[in-house]
Design a protein around this ligand. Structure first.
Ligand code: MN
Length: 209
């Protein structure tokens, strides 16, 4: 394995224009090939000095940030988080996928209704500054949370099910300062098949606690 390619940019499971008009092609190209690639490159650079960490998956690294040597911990947190969050985000996007029964029922049970969930998730996505909003499983329950910058819910013992990137680079070319419009549009491109699968996996890992 090439030393500089411990972690690699994953291919998108669709074309760059597949989410039009909700998320535009130009944004997807820049977001994937420039922003995500930069997180991968900077993570690899940070891990260059630390052989045993190179063998660990990005999930393992983010779950145990306190075990990362202090001189590279911030770099792993920011760029490792950036790589992990974006790798998780891309497959969550797809047009024309109907919500699935399992996740729909559990969202309704937990939040009262889909609309109540949508409101709470959108509010979380309105966090100040750059970050992410998440639907996670924590101790067997669905929860909505947000993280600043590129922090991962895994670092807080939560298992992600769904997320939205609300860094300006995720929407600024099309929506400029109108983050709320982007969040509304996002609800048209949620790949509920993937969300349902993530929920099943999360409950398998964390459901019994
Ligand atoms: Mn991003």
């Amino acid at each position: 394995m090439n030393k500089s390619e411990i972690h690699v940019l994953p291919k998108l499971p669709y074309d760059y224009n597949a989410l039009e008009p909700y998320i535009d092609e130009k944004t997807m190209i820049v977001h994937h090939t420039k922003h995500h690639q930069a997180y991968v490159d900077k993570l690899n650079a940070a891990l260059n000095s630390c052989k045993e960490l190179q063998e660990k998956s990005i999930e393992e690294l983010m779950k145990k940030l306190d075990k990362i040597p202090e001189n590279i911990r911030t770099a792993v947190r920011n760029h490792g988080g950036g790589h992990l969050n974006h790798s998780f985000f891309w497959p969550l996007l797809r047009k024309n996928v109907k919500i699935k029964v399992l996740i729909a029922e559990n969202i309704e049970k937990r939040f009262g209704s889909f609309d109540a969930f949508k409101k709470q998730f959108s509010d979380a996505a309105g966090l100040f500054g750059s970050g992410w909003a998440w639907l996670v499983v924590k101790k067997g329950n669905l929860e909505i949370t947000s993280t600043a910058n590129q922090d991962s819910p895994l670092s807080a013992s939560s298992i992600p099910v769904l997320c939205i990137d609300v860094w300006e680079h995720a929407y600024y070319l099309k929506y400029q300062n109108r983050r709320a419009e982007y969040i509304e549009a996002f609800f048209n491109v949620i790949n509920w098949d993937k969300v349902n699968e993530n929920y099943k996996n999360a409950m398998r890992q964390n459901g019994g606690n």
